[in-house]
Design a protein around this ligand. Sequence first.
Ligand code: SAM
Length: 221
Amino acid sequence: MRFDILTLFPEVIKAYINESIIKRAINNKKIEVNVVNIRDYTLLKNGQVDDTPYGGGSGMVLMCEPVVRAIEAVKDKDSLVYLLTPQGKLFNHGLAQELGEKTKHLILVCGHYEGFDERILNFVDGEISIGDFVLTGGELPALVILDTMSRFIPEVIKEDSFLNDSFRDGLLDYPEYTKPREFRGLKVPDILLSGDHKKIQEYRDQEKLRVTKEKRPDLLK
Ligand SMILES: C[S@@+](CC[C@H](N)C(=O)[O-])C[C@H]1O[C@@H](n2cnc3c(N)ncnc32)[C@H](O)[C@@H]1O
């Protein structure tokens, strides 16, 4: 799957994708990530990409021309294009899975300042929000979406780790423990040290239900 991230701050995106699991996924050609600087697509002097809002008010608004030209430069027949905005469809496990199934090429456009000129909505497939709060820019939302969707791509992470992820079967993941066996009087459950894989699996299945009931009873409805 290919991701194009359109931003005014390419270095923010590059810093994240050059580390850990996402870096390995790119090197192993499981995903392709192209970072595009929206400023490269302005036709105005001094790299101008924003201007004051019509009707007055504070802040700056991203202009149509550079954003739409940047989208058109990377878009093809397989692309889906989303603006990152706090007003968009709420991103969650379900939307990540749905997008992953139907998309070969995802273009994510990061806003900044006061956001986008409303007319840009005519050139995209929709808006995505990562939550009911307002960030200073779309770079973190773009990375949240890229990272989440990459986990669905075969061989980006180990399959058994993906299969047990929270939300995958509607439940939260079971609790994990590692060495030492005892920390400040807190012991690892005996069953996990028993070596009986059938019993461990049964215990973990029960734990998934217990933890979900306790932390997110809404998921069981
Ligand atoms: C300060 S925000 C603009 C907020 C806009 N004035 C509003 O209240 O709807 C600047 C940019 O950050 C990004 N952003 C902020 N919060 C976001 C969220 N919850 N989800 C996705 N993108 C967000 C968007 O790209 C947005 O254009």
